[in-house]
Structures are given as structure tokens and as C-alpha cells.
Design a protein around this ligand. Structure first.
Ligand SMILES: [Mg+2]
Length: 376
């Protein structure tokens, strides 16, 4: 397969309105006004109609396929339910089955690896604090980083993702790429207004690129407000990722989703310089700036000295809607390959797919094996 071959994929807007009939969710199944309010006695949000009419609820319902169903579907390939997945894989072939094709394109080019964290290196779990990667995965990532420049680009804060990954040989970008650490010797920072000097995890001098630094006080204020107004919603969890805030509703009763959405909606109304993105059972509040994981990929390629398209083949592996920005950048400029991690059919700007983190691990191990064979 040629890297320039085109594959028609719709562009995902954010948030993506999802047709109710396609989801099979009738409006009567959506939470009622009175039921929702009864679950939250302490403070009334604004009009719940807001979040219904603007498609938030639909996007929340469709933000993540039911995990048990997705696993069942994959493990029973004879099921009729697998037919959509198998036909989807024709459009997004397995990166494992296409491994040789990818290696053929990578010949004489330097591979640069970009990895999302949650749902890519770690399983999606009910408690985001428990999203640990396995020891085997850590070893696979470490081995890949010893052969190829490797960066983690996560929605979490940079400190938190480093704490979870614990490898000093990687580059880290937190807050959806709004907090990037890269080597101090680099010269890109001279041209960039938002660069500051910092120290890396080992205390060595490093550069920090933080395009949303002016939003820091606002994000803290919004975090505190969201913690306060959601504290009586059982199962909700608000996380401060430094330059963005996540409101998790995975463990919240579906009858309270409208309330949680309305609280976030009301906060955004008060802060027009912030916007919403939908993740997997999580609402994310972030600054309205022209910056995302795609821009972070471009910035890292430039700052690490890999701007020349012909010499470099970037590969980005991720599972979330925010990773689509990175897939788009790689697809648009015919620069490299996006690999979507998904056990269920999903529209994407990626070229290839992997089913789950265990396949990601196998793919990374295969990269290492290939380079070791070539060295022999
Ligand atoms: Mg993810």
C-alpha cells in the first residue's frame, strides 16, 4: 500500500451529533427532567433542554461502545454481530496484518512513534486512577523508544502520564498536547512565544512548550467549580489536567447524565474562551485555542528535527476522538500512518486499526523485532 493512497473517511467534527435512529436510542429512553433533578438535590442547573437540543446527550451516549459487548463481539467471530466489524476492517485494515506493507513504506525512512495512553497502552477502566499499563507493555514501549524517537501524547496532565508510564527515554505531551517537554538543546524554542525553560523528570534542563499557559488560572477556577457542583452526583469524577479539565461520567447513573452535561454547559456559558470535547464517557473542558494533538505531533516532529517528510515516517496510535486530530495531520500531508485502537466499528481518519492494547503491544514488539533482525 502506498502512503499516498486515499481512503474516504468523513471528518469528525467535535462534538459529533449522532443520529438517534442510527443508535437505536429513542428519545423516550433519554433521562427525564424530573428524574434527573431528583438525583442531585443540592443545586439546579440551567435548562436541561440546552444539552438535549445541541446534541451533547447523543454524543455522550455514543462516546464509547459498551465494553462487554465489544469484547463479546470480537471473541465470537461467527456471530452475525461481527459482520459490521469485519467489513469495517476492510476500510481500516489491521496494522498487524499490514505490518510488512508498513515496513516497506518505512524502508529508508526514520520511524517516529506517537502513542496515546488511556485505551491504547492501558485498558479503559472504571476508575481513571487505576488505568495502569502492564509490565510487558512498559517493556515494549521502552524497547521501541530505544530504537525510535517515541512520544506519549495524552489528555492527562504531563506529570500524571509520566507517573503512569515511568520511562525517562520518552518525550511527553500532556493536556492534549498543550504541555510539551522536549530537549533543552533544541532551537525551535527561540521562535516560539510560549516556550519556557524547565527541568525534566531527571532534573535535567529541558524546554517546555505551553501554548495555553495564560489559561492556567481559569482552568483552576473551573476545576474547583466543577468539583463543587458535581460533588453530589454519585460516581462523577472531575480531574484537573493542568490545561484542561475532565468530567468523567462512566460510573454515573444514566439518569443523571443530562444534569452533569448541563452543569458543564453552564460553566462553558460563563467562560466563552473555553470549549467542550467529548472523550470516552468523559466531557473535557479546554481552552479555545488552535491547538490539539495534531498540532502537537507537528510541533514535536519539528522540534525533534524530523520536519523532512521524505526521511521520516510518523506512526500515531490512539483510540479516542481527540486522536483524530493527529490522524488527520498524518493523513492530510501524506506524512505517515494513524492507527486507531478500537474493538468496534468507528469512523476515523486513521489508515489502520488494532483491536485493543494487547494488539498495540504486539505491534510495538514487532517493530523492535524487525529492527533487530535488520541489524543482524
Ligand atoms: Mg485514549
Amino acid at each position: 500500500m502506498d502512503v499516498k493512497s486515499s481512503q474516504a473517511s468523513p471528518v469528525l467534527a467535535d462534538p459529533t451529533p449522532v443520529n438517534k435512529s442510527r443508535l437505536g436510542v429513542h428519545s423516550s429512553l433519554l433521562p427525564s427532567f424530573s428524574t434527573s433533578l431528583s438525583a442531585v438535590p443540592r443545586k439546579k442547573p440551567g435548562k436541561l433542554d440546552d444539552v438535549r437540543s445541541n446534541g451533547w446527550l447523543d454524543a455522550m451516549i455514543s462516546s464509547s461502545p459498551p465494553r462487554k459487548k465489544a469484547v463479546k463481539d470480537f471473541n465470537s467471530l461467527s456471530d452475525e454481530a461481527d459482520i459490521p466489524y469485519l467489513s469495517w476492517m476492510i476500510r481500516y485494515p489491521s496494522a498487524l496484518n499490514s505490518f510488512q506493507l508498513i515496513m516497506d513504506v518505512a524502508r529508508n525512512r526514520k520511524l517516529v512513534i506517537f502513542l496515546d495512553y488511556d485505551g491504547t497502552l492501558s485498558p479503559i477502566v472504571d476508575d481513571p486512577d487505576q488505568a495502569f499499563m502492564s509490565g510487558e507493555m512498559r517493556l515494549a514501549v521502552k524497547s521501541v523508544a530505544s530504537h525510535f524517537p517515541t512520544a506519549i501524547i495524552s489528555g492527562r496532565s504531563r506529570d500524571k502520564v509520566y507517573e503512569l508510564v515511568g520511562l525517562t527515554e520518552l518525550y511527553y505531551a500532556g493536556s492534549h498536547g498543550m504541555d510539551i517537554m522536549f530537549p533543552a538543546k533544541n532551537t525551535v524554542c527561540r521562535d516560539e512565544l510560549n516556550c519556557v525553560k524547565g527541568t525534566d523528570m531527571e532534573g535535567k534542563e529541558a524546554n517546555l512548550f505551553q501554548p495555553a499557559s495564560e489559561f492556567l488560572p481559569m482552568i483552576n477556577e473551573v476545576y474547583n467549580s466543577l468539583v463543587e457542583i458535581t460533588k453530589d452526583i454519585k460516581g462523577s469524577k472531575v480531574e484537573n489536567h493542568k490545561f484542561c479539565v475532565s468530567v468523567h461520567y462512566r460510573n454515573v447513573d444514566e439518569n443523571s447524565w443530562a444534569v452533569i452535561a448541563q452543569f458543564v454547559h453552564d460553566i462553558l456559558k460563563e467562560h466563552p474562551r473555553l470549549r467542550l470535547t467529548h472523550g470516552r464517557k468523559v466531557l473535557e473542558v479546554r481552552p479555545v485555542i488552535e491547538w490539539d494533538k495534531g498540532k502537537a505531533v507537528e510541533f514535536l516532529l519539528k522540534s525533534l528535527g524530523f520536519s523532512n517528510h521524505r526521511d521520516v515516517l510518523p506512526i500515531y496510535i490512539g483510540d479516542d476522538r481527540t486522536d483524530e486530530d493527529a490522524f488527520k495531520v498524518l493523513r492530510k500531508a501524506y506524512r505517515g500512518y494513524g492507527i486507531l485502537v478500537s474493538a468496534a466499528p468507528k469512523e476515523s481518519n486513521a489508515f489502520f486499526s488494532l483491536k485493543d492494547p494487547s494488539e498495540v503491544q504486539y505491534f510495538l514488539e514487532s517493530l523492535v523485532k524487525k529492527v533487530q533482525q535488520d541489524d543482524e
